[in-house]
Design a protein. Structure first.
Lengths: 119, 112
């Protein structure tokens, strides 16, 4: 399977614990996105990378959230001191970004998500 | 700030009819809009893209329009089938290099 993979698929943790999610994008994709989704809502933008550079981080995110993409391949999203409000589905997506808008559609390929439950 | 809105109410229609979903945007002109389908517990799947200089795009039973005057995109599914039941998400990109932002989605149910 050469799609986007996320690990773990499910994580149950106690409030105050740290959690880390991993995303392996499609190998030739240079863009990688993290989104958070709660029931009945659309994916909420968290952050995105172009290769290893983090281009933007949502202002809605507290300092407890951090993401890395150290070699421009896989990425990790860490949540420190988890709170019950962090319970959500964390989605990773990758895309191929060309130099010109006409080159590629920029469509996102999503993984199946990592569901976090904070007790 | 960039804002994209979809009708949050669920849409229920009879099989065989055309389903029409709406996506509105404010405060900017997106370079293009994308539409995705999401099934429960799964990640979204890309369906169609329409650029700001395009009026209409088609793919099989799907059609997307883009009206920059109304700041609106319409997503149509013709000859709808129960298998089309899902949540449909509109997403926009401000420029060819910027991040992609999603609307809240519209849940579509097709009854036999």
């Amino acid at each position: 399977d050469t799609g986007v993979s996320q690990d773990p698929r499910h994580k149950i943790t106690k409030r105050g614990q740290n959690v880390t999610f991993r995303c392996d994008p499609i190998s030739e994709h240079n863009r990688l996105y993290w989104y958070r989704q709660t029931l009945g809502q659309g994916p909420e933008f968290l952050t995105y990378f172009q290769n290893e550079a983090q281009l933007e981080k949502s202002r809605l995110l507290s300092d407890r959230f951090s993401a890395e993409r150290p070699k421009g391949s896989f990425s990790t999203l860490e949540i420190q001191r988890t709170e019950q409000g962090d319970s959500a589905m964390y989605l990773c997506a990758s895309s191929l970004q060309g130099a010109r808008s006409s080159e590629v559609t920029g469509e996102l390929f999503f993984g199946e998500g990592s569901r976090l439950t904070v007790l | 700030s960039q804002k994209i809105e979809q009708n949050s109410e669920a849409l229920n229609i009879q099989e065989g009819k055309t389903a029409t979903l709406t996506c509105n945007y404010t405060n900017y002109s997106p370079a293009y809009l994308q539409w995705y389908r999401q099934d429960p517990g799964r990640g979204p799947v890309f369906l169609l893209l329409i650029r700001e200089n395009e009026k209409e795009k088609r793919k099989e039973r799907l059609k997307v329009t883009f009206d920059t005057t109304l700041k609106q995109s319409l997503f149509h599914i013709t000859a709808s089938q129960p298998a089309d039941s899902a949540t449909y998400l509109c997403a926009h990109r401000y420029s060819s290099a910027s991040k992609i932002i999603f609307g809240s989605g519209t849940r579509l149910s097709i009854r036999p």
